[in-house]
Write a protein of this length. Structure first.
Length: 429
């Protein structure tokens, strides 16, 4: 990167909609090229310092669109084009990863050009795969960009500021590390599964986002360790594969159908032990140790995937007397039912969440259909949900309810995928 720059800019990456992009020139400029439908936005707000390296967004979709074209062939060139996406006038940043000759600052031209690096994945029945050659980019970043192509290989752009050969160095950031190391036949499908886990499950909670951030922080270091240790590589692959049914279940909203076994946890613990041993005495080692202390994995044995996710993200719902007995809870119409419950973190501490709501719906309805009442946190249990005596408390008055069967629903709505608990209430005359 050039710098120092602090002004925010926004750009969009496109590919040229061509299976063999010609070189750019004064008469054949980037703004005259047909663009791919796929694109990737990049909003840049952090400070750039001269010599820094930055990661662009994932360009998988636009690379995929190009190599899927009928006019794409082995040895063809492709082009990536960056366009302004609404940056403030006169605000810009510069990158130095292109064909720049500037001996004063140590840039001697082609050694610092952006390159497309292809890392091939071995399989039991290897087949010829399309290659790619570098094309001069109008504004290429000098950072690795994860861009997997179908099945046989994954591709990244790499601008090596030393001019060294990086062909055999995995420049993988983000979820692509796990996909690249998985050895699965359909790399694209497996990477998609991991992206779904990230976007549809983990990113929906603060705790899940924390795990995402940890992974991005250490993904390259983990990949480097695994590729240097074939046995550990295979151990990591086997561990990851053992959890694929659990990942699929929680993505499909079917997490109550899969139970975590002691064999899975033992396998994960053994892999983490080996990874810690190879990680030296740095931050990765300390982080793994701290996270395992914070959440002992053996506590997940016997839980369904849904139960484990509730537990991991810090929410465990506990009914308190008199509703702690098995369903259904029976009462007479007109009776006041003291609804008491706790929402706990993994250490059993009460989580005080002011978004907690209590509502009633009739059996046979879904969502908010048949809603009879809804209350939030208040100072008085007769008016809402009160947090006192290390628990939540709400007085459910049933005088206006006809005899019948109802669901008492507790929700913590501050999280998009917040915890929800139900209790069946049967009212009789």
């Amino acid at each position: 990167m050039d710098g120092t720059y602090t002004v925010p800019v926004a750009v969009t990456f496109y590919g040229e909609a061509s299976g063999n992009a010609p070189p750019f020139s004064s008469s054949n400029r980037p703004d005259n090229r047909a663009l791919t439908i796929a694109s990737a936005d990049w909003s840049v707000t952090d400070t750039w310092i001269l010599g820094d390296i930055r990661n662009s967004p994932d360009l998988t979709t636009l690379i995929q669109e190009i190599v899927n074209r009928s006019d794409w062939n082995n040895g063809n060139a492709l082009a990536i084009i960056m366009a302004d996406a609404g940056s403030t006038a006169n605000q810009h940043r510069r990158v130095i990863g292109y064909d720049r000759v500037d001996p004063t600052h140590g840039y001697n031209g082609i050694d610092h050009a952006a390159r497309l690096v292809v890392t091939y994945i071995e399989s039991s029945d290897p087949t010829p795969t399309p290659g790619a050659t570098p094309t001069p980019l109008p504004t290429a970043t000098n950072t690795p960009i994860p861009t997997p192509t179908p099945q046989q290989c994954n591709c990244v752009f790499n601008c090596d500021d030393t001019g060294n050969d990086t062909t055999n160095v995995p420049q993988r950031y983000g979820l692509g590390v796990l996909a690249a190391l998985s050895q699965v036949t359909d790399l694209t499908e497996f990477a998609g599964l991991l992206y779904q886990l990230r976007d549809d499950v983990l990113s929906q909670t603060a705790e899940g986002q924390r795990y995402i951030d940890l992974y991005y922080e250490y993904s390259l270091e983990i990949a480097t360790i695994l590729l240097a240790n074939p046995d550990l590589y295979d151990q990591g692959y086997a561990t990851l594969q053992s959890f694929v049914p659990a990942i699929e279940a929680i993505i499909d909203d079917n997490g109550d159908s899969v139970t975590i076994t002691s064999a899975q946890i033992d396998q994960a613990e053994a892999f983490l032990d080996a990874l810690v041993a190879e990680a030296g005495r740095g931050s990765l080692r300390n982080t793994i140790i701290q996270e395992r202390y914070r959440l002992p994995l053996e506590m997940l044995v016997g839980m369904t995937v849904d139960e484990a996710w509730d537990f991991i993200r810090g929410y465990k719902f506990v009914w308190r007397p008199p509703l702690d007995s098995s369903d259904p809870y029976e009462a007479h119409t007109g009776q006041t039912i003291p609804v008491k419950f706790r929402i706990e973190d993994p250490n059993g501490n009460l989580i005080q969440d002011n978004s907690v709501t209590v509502w009633i719906r009739e059996v046979g309805t879904t969502g908010l259909n048949g809603l009879i009442g809804i209350v939030g946190v208040a100072d008085n249990p007769n008016e809402g949900v009160k947090i006192s005596n290390n628990q939540y408390h709400f007085n459910l008055h049933t005088g206006d309810l006809a005899p019948g069967t109802y669901y008492l629903v507790i929700s913590a709505n501050s999280l998009p995928a917040g915890i929800e608990a139900e209790k069946i209430i049967v009212l009789t005359d």
